[in-house]
Ligand binder design. Structure first.
Ligand code: GAR
Length: 208
């Protein structure tokens, strides 16, 4: 059984997709051990509560230094002894010591086809604004392992989504979530839980 801790910052629709997939059997061999938010007002915390999943908030605002926050944050994650940590719209930088300890056991969902529209400053709606500004015709989402860089770790799954002529950043964001994120994030967790993902030579090897 894969024990998963999910990290969130906002609405938590990706968390909801994971919860639904665990409950419906779309994700097997997996238990959501807990949810941590850096933001006490995140609706994601309500979603966890509604499904009887333990949750807590650890906010950088409650600490005088980033070091202190990092220490407390890592402790909070480790209390649940996770096999896998899932960043589902989590907008805080993961402490380097945690990346080291959980090498190839932390995954992130990013709302673009990496290496396009990723890296520092590309998160949430900003990604879709940049894609529309550039005029690309295909966008999408990526699930990848987290390493020391920003959106640079081994890519596990990607799914493409068409841009439509009348798209606004909000409409495009929603389509990318519906058609890509809410599908490939649960699928990646199921693949990992069933031993179908490994990393070799810095690349993820996936047998679907
Ligand atoms: C999602 O679109 C996710 O891909 C993005 O934030 C949103 C969170 O939505 N993550 C990033 O941009 C990370 N760089 P949610 O809270 O409804 O799941």
């Amino acid at each position: 059984m894969l024990d998963v801790v999910v990290l969130v910052s906002g609405g938590g629709t990706n968390l909801q997709a994971i919860i639904d997939a665990v409950e419906s059997g779309g994700i097997t061999n997996t238990r959501i051990a807990g949810v941590i938010s850096n933001n006490k007002n995140a609706y994601a915390l309500e979603r966890a509560k509604k499904h009887g999943i333990e949750s807590r908030c650890v906010s950088p605002k409650d600490f005088t230094s980033r070091e202190e926050f990092n220490e407390r944050f890592q402790e909070a994650v480790e209390e649940w002894k996770p096999d896998l940590i899932v960043l589902a719209g989590f907008l805080v930088v993961i402490p380097p010591s945690m990346i080291e300890r959980y090498r190839n056991r932390i995954i992130n969902i990013h709302p673009s086809l990496i290496p396009a529209f990723c890296g520092t400053g590309f998160y949430g709606l900003k990604v879709h604004e940049a894609a529309l500004k550039r005029g690309v015709k295909v966008v999408g989402a990526t699930v990848h392992f987290v390493d020391e860089g920003t959106d640079t770790g081994p890519i596990i799954l990607q799914k493409a989504v068409e841009v439509e002529p009348q798209d606004t950043p909000e409409i495009l964001q929603r389509r990318v979530m519906e058609q890509a994120e809410w599908k490939i994030l649960p699928e990646a967790i199921d693949l990992i839980a069933n031993g179908r993902v490994s990393v070799s030579g810095g690349r993820a090897v996936v047998s679907r």
